[in-house]
Structure formats: C-alpha cells, structure tokens
Design a protein around this ligand. Structure first.
Ligand code: F6R
Length: 628
C-alpha cells in the first residue's frame, strides 16, 4: 500500500522516478508526487489523482536533478488531496520524505513538534517525519559523531527511533545533495545497485528496468545511498555487511504485452502458472509422497488440526484448501479472516499447524495474525509451540521473514489489482499440500492419488480450451449485463468459494453489487432479493452436489431471475434450465474450481471493460494492503 521510489546517480532523476511510480501504481493511486534536490533547494511537485496528473504537471517543469524520491499514495490519514500527497517537507522546506505505512504515534509527535514551532501543512501521519528529522539536525552536536559518517544519516536514525508503527521511508535534504537515506520497519523496501547509480523502491518492478541486483532491507535497517555506494546500518548505528542478489525478474514480465489490461494478460497466463506449479510440486519419485514441497520431514509430524488465516481472494483459496485437506487428508481445518482472528483467536490446541495465505506476503492483517499466533504459543510446552507455514507469491516478502516454512506460488508478478493468476497458483499450492498430507498419512489410495495428479496434468490444456471458448461468450454477456445493478453467484461444496470469488471479482472491478452464496442457503433469506432484474450465476458441474445446485437454480428461475450456468460441455439437462451457458471441461469434482473460476474472471473483466472502468486499478483498492 503506497509505493515509494528513490534514485541517486548520474541520470536525470525525474523520468526514472515517474517510470518507477508507474510500476508501483498498483499499490495506490489517490495522488502522487516527487521531490528532487537541485541547486541547493528541494523541489517538490505533487498532484491529486492518478500518476498522469503528476506527469502532466511535470511537463512544464525542467529539473535536471540527479537525486530524488517519489510516491504514489493510497490514503490512510487525510483525504486524497494535493496537500496530503507525499513527499512531505519540514517547515523550512529543506527536507523531503516519502513514507509507506502508518506512524501510529503521530498525534503526540505532531503536538510536541508544533509546540517547538514546526508548521504543518497536511493532515497526514507522515508529515511528522521531516519535522522530526529537522529537529534532530538542528540539535546534533558539531562536529559530527565519530561513529556516524553523516549528520543527515544520524538525524534520520535518531528520528526513526521515535516513530511507532510499520513504515518504510525515503528521505532527501537540500543541504545533503549526495545522500538518499532509506529506512525499513515492517514495510517492504528494496535497494537496487546500478553502475554508479542506486535505487530504492517498495517493490522490485519499479527498478527492474535499470538493475537486477537488489538487496531487500530487513526490519530495523537504515541505508545511506550516495553516488559512491550503499552503506547499511541497524537502528543502533552499527554498520552491517550485506551483498545484493540477482533478481529473477525480466522487465518484460511487467509489461502488458499486447493485452488491453494487465488483468486480461494475467487471466491468459494461468495455463502457464499451472504448468509451472506442476513442474515444481509434482516432480518427485513417490517416496514417501509423489509431491515435493521442499518442506522438512519434521514439518509433517503430528498435525492434529490446521487453521488458515487470509484475506480477500486468498481467503477464498483457503476455503478450497480446507475442503481439499479435510476430504483428502482427513485433517480438521478452520479458515479465518486474518483481520478477525487476530482479535479473537481460537482456543489454544496442541499440534496445530497455522497457515497464512497471502499473495503479496505483505497484508498487514495476515502478518499480524501469524505474529500473534507465534507470540501466544511462545514458552508453552512443545506440542503447543507455533507451527507456521506461509503460502505466498513473494517469498522474499515480510511473510518470508516471519514464518519458518514457505510454499512459493509460481504466478510470477501480478500487476492487476484484482487477483487472478495468483488465486489459481494458490489453488495449485493447496492441491499439492492436501495430496502430500494425504499420501503421507495414507488417507488416499494410490490409484485415486495417481488419478488426481493425472487430472491436474490435463488442467493447463483445459484452461486454454476454456479461455478460447469463453472469451467471446463472456464478452457478449458483458454487453447485456453492463447496466445490471445486482448479481447473485451460487455454488456448493468445493465450488462455493468460487461463487464468492466470482462475486468479489465482479464487485471490485465493475462496482456492481454482487453476492456469493452457498446455493442451499438461498431459501433462508437471500431468495427475497430475486426478480427479473437480478441475474443468478450458478456453478453446476458434475459431482456430489450437482443435482442440488440444479434444484437451487430452478428455484431462482421460478423467481424470474435470468440464469447463467457455469456447467460442463454437452450437459443437456443444464442447457434446458439455464438461459446462458459458460461450459468448462468435465473433470474430477475436486479439480473443478480451477476451471470454473476462469469464466467468472472473464465475465467480471469484460463487464468492467464494457463499462469503461479502470480494470487494473479499481477505485479505493490497492494491491498490497499493508495497513490494518
Ligand atoms: C481481490 C484481491 C484482494 C486480496 C486481499 C489479500 O482480487 O486482490 O481481496 O486477495 O487483499 O491480499 P494478499 O493475498 O496479498 O494477502
């Protein structure tokens, strides 16, 4: 949430900062701004709204500065107005700061600083930081401390020790034109190493066009970037020795490659994601399991129950995961919204595996729920000790630092704010985990296991066929439903979470009200909503609940709802009931979610595109939700 970027080197900073912000806009797009240091002054330009507003403003301003910081904002404290946009400056306008995160004690700091004569210009929490740094700069002893290479670094270090919360910041100052100081405390920040130039960013896509040598900062670290190199310190001021590593990310991966939107490109990348997951997880000789998740042997010992914490789409993947783990491996599994669990955890049970699912690895609620679980089990006897597993698309994220075991999902970077390919990648991780547990506990017979794995190997082709057949169908339906105000999505069993996911995709990018229900629950209230104006999308694929869903769909039809069926190819019974069909291939019921979600993603995409909306950056949302 919020994107920050910084540059110091020999090129003109503005263009590099703008290009970096473009790649970070998925993190927030309420306002944007950049600050540079040139000819002894800080130049700060900010604009409300999307990045192109800032770009337009900058067209008329030429600043050849070679150092600068930039920010794209997702508003937390203070409305998305220009005066609240970052960078924020101190009273004398000599220090500029961008921040991602929340400064929890900003009110007290602001009052103290006001009493010392500092003048504030925004309602944000961030603004206390430049004022605090100015205060420390003013009061530092002269000459500089022998332990610190720079006054500026020292002042930032002193200031951050007074900040509470989770944050990443980048700071420049008019009086220190050769220094860019960056800090990480519970919010992501990477440093990029070029030839005589250095970068910092909230996420790697912002800098991958310039360098692939990166160093993610750890919590409690502060770095000083100069044209000569990068020095890293901890908050106590000790110098740390660290080496950058090479990033496995190509600049092309963060381009649209001919698709109109990132979301559509990412929907089309899903067969490849499944292939990569099959290659990574199902490439074992079968002893003791044909699945290889690179987890140590002790990980599997004595798991009596599982609890999963997640948010949004990841929570939906977790619901599918629960179904798979319970039905295949026979382990009782609970799924919790991370934001609820952290304040009302389940009673402590022994031998409990807690799984956090988060594609970004940065979702504040999920991280906090896991950290709380770790803490409340500390000091207890062995069987109550925390056993934590993360499922994430960003193993280098904060989640990677928090939990000892990770299953990396293999979606590649996802730019569209609405999760699509990362959802399918999470499903693949759950197939692998559930089957692995089942094989090791011998709760699945080897033939069934072989059948499911064989079925999974067919999925990439089936997704390709679905994409090919559904593109036009969903586009056509989008034309008819572009003005619809409410939608209901129904599913049962393993496809109930897919109904939830279909509804979430539609609401978040098309702003159409949509609800997902377990089909059998309709008659207990929601059926009152139905009439000819409320279409119902029902997932009715062969399996244990097929006839039940068909009956529930009939009930909706009897209330005049138009029925759209996610069915299987050549299903004559369904063809008679549904007004419109979005058929997928017939597969084992357990594998069906990975196919049934595809038409729902396409439907949501085409409706939003038809309505002329900003599919990749829907209003009010951000890709990684790093605040509570
Ligand atoms: C929906 C969506 C969000 C995220 C949620 C959790 O398309 O993207 O609902 O799924 O914010 O994000 P992660 O998985 O990064 O924890």
């Amino acid at each position: 949430m919020c994107g920050i970027v910084g540059y110091i080197g020999t090129q003109v900073a503005t263009e590099i900062l703008l290009a970096g912000l473009e790649k970070l806009e998925y993190r927030g797009y309420d306002s944007a701004g950049i600050a540079t240091v040139w000819e002894g002054d800080v130049n700060c330009v900010r604009a409300k709204g999307k990045l192109h507003n800032l770009r337009t403003k900058l067209e008329h301003i030429e600043i050849p500065a070679q150092i600068g910081i930039g920010h794209t904002r997702w508003a937390t404290h203070g409305k998305p107005e220009e005066h609240n946009a970052h960078p924020h400056l101190d009273t004398a306008m000599r220090i500029a700061v961008v921040q991602n995160g929340i400064i929890e004690n900003y009110r007290e700091l602001r009052e103290e600083l006001k009493q010392k004569g500092h003048q504030f210009r925004s309602e944000t929490d961030t603004e206390v930081i430049p004022h605090l740094i100015a205060e420390f700069l003013k009061n530092l002893p002269s000459p500089p401390l022998p332990t610190s290479p720079s006054f500026f670094l020292e002042a930032v270090r002193q200031a951050v020790k007074h900040l509470e919360g989770a944050f990443a910041i980048a700071v420049i100052a008019a009086d220190y034109p050769d220094e860019l100081i960056v800090v990480r405390q519970q919010a992501p920040l990477v440093i990029g190493f070029g030839q005589g130039e250095f970068f910092c960013a909230s996420d790697t896509p912002a800098i991958v066009a310039y360098t692939r040598a990166v160093l993610p900062l750890e919590n409690g670290e502060i770095a000083r970037l100069t044209p000569l190199g990068v020095e890293i310190y901890n908050f106590a001021g000790d110098r740390l020795k660290k080496q950058p590593r090479l990033l496995n990310l190509h600049p092309m991966m963060v381009e649209k490659q001919g698709f109109k939107h990132f979301m559509l490109k990412e929907i089309y990348e899903q067969p490849g994601v499944v292939r990569a997951s099959l290659e990574a997880y199902f490439n074992n000789d079968g002893n003791p399991s044909p699945i290889n998740l690179s987890l140590p042997k002790e990980f599997y010992a004595d798991i009596d129950q599982i609890q999963i914490v997640a948010c949004g789409t990841s929570w939906h993947a977790a619901l599918v995961g629960k179904y798979l783990i319970e039905q295949l491996a026979g382990i009782s599994t609970q799924v919790h919204y991370a934001s609820e669990y952290r304040y009302a955890p389940s009673p402590l049970l022994p031998n409990t595996l807690t799984i956090g699912v988060t594609q970004s690895g940065e979702t504040a609620d999920t991280l906090a729920a896991l950290a709380m679980e770790k803490e409340r089990r500390q000091g207890k006897e062995a069987k109550y000790q925390a056993r934590l597993l993360g499922i994430t698309n960003r193993p280098e994220s904060s989640l990677g630092h928090l939990v000892p075991h990770i299953i990396s999902t293999l979606a590649g970077i996802e730019i569209g704010v609405a999760a699509t390919k990362t959802f399918v990648a999470q499903l693949m991780a759950f197939y692998a985990l559930a089957l692995d547990l089942a094989a090791r506990r011998q709760t699945i017979n080897p033939d069934k296991l072989a059948d499911i794995i064989h079925g999974l190997r067919q999925i990439p082709k089936e997704i390709e066929a679905t994409l090919e057949s559904q593109e036009k169908l969903t586009e056509h339906l989008a034309h008819e439903f572009a003005e619809t105000q409410d939608f209901i999505f129904l599913g049962r069993g393993i496809n109930f979470p897919i109904a939830l996911e279909g509804a979430l995709k539609l609401k978040e990018i098309s702003y159409i009200h949509a609800e997902g229900y377990p089909a059998g629950e309709m008659k207990h209230g929601p059926i009152a909503l139905l009439d000819a104006k409320v279409p119902v999308v029902a997932i009715a694929v062969p399996g244990s609940v097929y006839e039940k869903v068909i009956s529930n769909a009939q009930e909706a039809k009897a209330r005049d709802s138009r029925l759209i069926g996610v069915t299987t190819v050549n299903d004559g019974e369904a063809a008679e009931i549904f007004n419109d069909l979005l058929p997928v291939a017939t597969v084992d019921e357990l594998l069906s979610p990975i196919l049934t979600v595809i038409p729902l993603q396409l439907l949501a995409y085409h409706i939003a595109a038809r309505r002329g909306l900003d599919v990749d950056q829907p209003r009010n949302l951000a890709k990684s939700v790093t605040v509570e």
